[in-house]
Design a protein around this ligand. Structure first.
Ligand code: GLN
Length: 295
């Protein structure tokens, strides 16, 4: 059998052998992924892998690594294999019910913080809502940055909410974060200063064409935006408009080419546009915002 090539390897040669197999399978970052998977299978950080490079793998380490290798060769993302993804420099546990957090989504956090820092909230703690919170990535990144804020995350998936709650606890944010099962913002009341969302926005017919890592491994509930991709925005934007405090802001992630139509839905819901969308690192307008103007 050519495949089970990890027994008899030292750490360095196991890493190289795995990188070569991943490269032949067309995995995008074979060297990085091999390093992460070897490190996880052996419980070593980068320094440990370097200092122990010549150490041979124990049989159970080789078996564990081969399990990870098979999953990555089947295009399961590394974050799912490890059960943890990094977002805003923080670790997030993932589950089958949560998206792997994307670097593009950090644009939503950046724009929300820019808006927040321009705007003073007198005499009380800022309130944040995250609609469709998934692993809690956006909400918990914001709570991490705004130390006196209080936040609520909603999701249709109880499983995702359990994961988000665990992440809040692991990040030391449990006393400022609550999680509620509902459709979009349906169960929320009271006023919020910041409402954020990375809703499902892929048109249904596009889902079968997505990359295998997304199509097979991300939850479709978190991806599928209905026929034209805008179902979630049509539902959540009017709800959010009714929940924003005067001066508050709604910030949502947009799919490629969707920013203009989202702005139209925001103004139709009575919100005001006060700045252009913020582009992600690929130059795509990714975070779209609108304000509730004081009466
Ligand atoms: N950004 C994700 C993707 O490109 C989609 C996430 C979403 O629909 N909100 O696959």
């Amino acid at each position: 059998m050519a495949t089970n090539s990890d027994s008899g390897h030292n750490i360095e040669s196991a890493r190289r052998a795995l990188a070569a197999r991943l490269q032949s399978a067309g995995v995008e970052q074979p060297a990085l992924d091999a390093r992460l998977l070897v490190g996880a299978a052996l419980g070593l950080d980068l320094t440990g892998m370097i200092t122990q490079a010549a150490r041979y793998l124990a049989p159970e380490e080789a078996v564990r690594l081969e399990g990870y290798a098979q999953r990555r060769l089947a295009h399961e993302p590394v974050a799912r294999i490890l059960g943890v993804g990094e977002f805003w420099g923080l670790p997030f546990r993932l589950s089958e019910a949560t998206l792997v957090p994307r670097p593009d989504t950090e644009t939503v956090v950046e724009l929300t913080l820019e808006i927040f820092r321009e705007h003073t909230i007198a005499g009380r703690r800022p309130r944040i809502a995250d609609i469709g919170t998934g692993s809690g990535a956006i909400l918990l990144a914001l709570l991490h940055e705004i130390p006196d804020a209080y936040g609520v995350g909603t999701d249709l998936s109880l499983s995702a909410l359990g994961t988000a709650k665990g992440n809040a606890a692991a990040l030391g944010l449990a006393d400022r974060a609550a999680f509620v099962a509902c459709s979009y913002a349906a169960a929320l009341s009271g006023l919020f200063d910041l409402i954020v969302s990375n809703p499902p926005y892929i048109p249904s017919a596009e889902i079968p064409k997505l990359d295998i890592e997304v199509r097979v491994h991300d939850p479709h509930l978190a991806l599928d935006g209905g026929n034209d991709g805008y179902d979630a925005y049509r539902a959540l934007i009017p709800q959010a408009a009714g929940l924003l405090a005067p001066g508050g802001a709604l910030v949502v992630e947009a799919g490629q080419g969707q920013a203009r139509n989202i702005e139209t839905l925001m103004t139709a819901a009575g919100l005001s546009l006060d700045r252009p969308p913020k582009a992600d690192l690929g130059g795509i307008p990714r975070a779209v915002s609108a304000r509730k103007m004081p009466p």
